[in-house]
Design a protein around this ligand. Structure first.
Ligand SMILES: Cc1ncc(COP(=O)(O)O)c(C=O)c1O
Length: 468
């Protein structure tokens, strides 16, 4: 309990103490069984005579709020009072219209079902728990000396070196360690880059359908967001608005429809960006899990003019709960990004930074990705086969990642689809929720990260029932 005494208060000191403790008991902040702090301690903290506190406690005991304990001390008594009233704190403030238009995406912490076809999840059984635990313990040990310090806002030098080597090997992206900025995932990367490049009122382009959190981040900064259509070759570059100063694109695996940005489109996007002086945010969120085919060169590799900011995430390759990602920025932006990150949140937690350094640097990430890729490839084939068996459901071909989008012209409304899914205990993501600027296609984004391969058949059958 934290007690406050005011000399201006007309009540006596005893009554002030008594009233505050009684209110704490009534509101549940002091639940039954809690010990009141010793009278001597309270008296010393408040600078009052011990008898003042003893008198207040005695009154609480006399009125049945507390009792003396054998061996000394006073404890709160339960069961005598009605539950605390649900008093709402006064609502003085409301979010601005700009903040209010940002909706939450998805339902937050995971519901559970063996038939989990939610997009964006990974297989918890594949998580390299033993190795990661070892890396975290080593991270704890290696950062023990520095517990009195703030961290490097854009990640430790060691981690930036490790990530520079990792994107070089895994994606052929040439990034000097000094260009690497460690982030808390993709949305954070987009937030940082937009803050240093755009002003409120500027225009940014995103894919439609796409990944709504990106739009939310940009809108929260007062940026005007325009949705640009995608087709089987990915983002339709010709439809980009001329005023756009930033383009968010998922070239390896368009989210959610799955197209790969064609070589022609890659070239024309870079030409467009150079001509319009716009930045391209290359969101490579799940390129590590490619199926059957060789990946195309990242935009970052094709970029001769420094217009591309490459964004990587560990949400698929390790876990979304680790909240780690990175971006590769043109060198000129790094000082501003560093200062901004220092001001906003100080930088990544040192222990996780050190753990990830070991995990990436000692090759555990590469081994984990190789292992997971095999499991996911097998699961992808199973999902694809089962989806193609559903009547009047069209799965869209995809070459990478952990989901397949399906178009189902007969599907019911989104609400009805979710209700049917609830009844069958299958978890699904609607395709509709990825549209923000135009009439959505009916269907689902079928994530297969979290469903066991042996449960795919049942899960897809249940999904089929929901879509009919
Ligand atoms: C297009 C896209 N980018 C990025 C991410 C991952 O975001 P984060 O790195 O913030 O977890 C996702 C997750 O599903 C996504 O769909």
């Amino acid at each position: 309990v934290e007690l406050f005494l005011s000399p201006e208060d007309p009540r006596s000191l005893v009554v002030q103490i008594y009233d505050q403790i009684r209110a704490d008991v009534a509101d549940g902040r002091l639940p039954p069984g809690s010990r009141l702090p010793p009278t001597r301690t309270v008296a010393a903290e408040l600078g009052v005579a011990r008898s003042t506190v003893t008198d207040a406690y005695a009154r609480l005991v006399a009125e049945g709020f507390a009792r003396g304990r054998r061996g000394g001390g006073t404890v709160v008594i339960g069961g005598l009072r009605p539950p605390p009233p649900d008093r709402e704190p006064p609502a003085l403030f409301e979010p601005t219209a700009q903040a209010d238009m940002i909706g939450r995406y998805g339902e937050g912490p995971a519901r559970r079902s063996p038939y989990d076809l939610t997009a964006g999840r990974v297989d918890p059984n594949l998580f390299p728990a033993t190795v990661w635990r070892r890396c975290v313990l080593r991270g704890l040990a290696s950062t023990a000396d520095a517990t009195g310090h703030y961290v490097d806002p854009v990640g430790s030098n060691d981690l930036r070196h490790a990530l520079s080597a990792w994107v070089g090997q895994s994606r052929g992206v040439a990034a000097a360690p000094g260009q690497v900025v460690v982030t808390q995932g993709t949305g954070h990367a987009v937030d940082l880059v937009a803050r240093v490049l755009l002003r409120p009122g500027d225009v940014a382009a995103v894919e439609e359908p796409g990944y709504p959190p990106i739009t939310s981040v940009l809108r929260s900064q007062g940026i005007e967001v325009v949705g640009v259509p995608v087709d089987e070759d990915g983002l339709v570059v010709d439809a980009l608005p001329a005023q756009a100063k930033l383009v968010h694109v998922t070239p390896s695996h368009q989210y959610p429809l799955g197209a790969v940005l064609s070589p022609d489109r890659r070239r024309s996007l870079l030409t467009w960006a150079r001509r319009h002086n716009a930045a391209v945010l290359e969101d490579d969120y799940d390129s590590e899990f490619r199926h059957e085919v060789r990946p195309l060169e990242p935009l970052h590799r094709l970029d001769r003019d420094g217009v591309v900011v490459y964004v990587g995430s560990f949400s698929k390759t390790l876990s979304p709960s680790v909240r780690m990602g990175f971006l590769v920025a043109p060198p000129g932006l790094v000082p501003a990004l560093t200062a901004l990150r220092q001001a906003v949140d100080g930088g990544p937690p040192a222990v996780i930074d050190a753990a990830l350094t070991t995990f990436v640097g000692e090759g555990h990430l590469a081994r984990h990705v190789r292992r997971a890729r095999k499991v996911y490839l097998d699961r992808y084939r199973t999902v694809w086969r089962e989806l193609t068996r559903l009547p009047r459901v069209r799965p869209l071909p995809t070459q990478a990642g952990l989901h397949v989008a399906v178009v189902a012209p007969d599907a019911p409304s989104e609400d009805e689809l979710l209700e049917r899914a609830d009844e069958r205990d299958v978890l699904v993501s609607t395709l509709g929720r990825t549209y923000q600027f135009s009439e959505p296609l009916a269907g689902a984004v079928v994530g297969f990260g979290a469903v066991a391969t042996s449960d795919v058949r049942t899960a897809v059958r249940l999904l089929g029932e929901c879509l009919r």
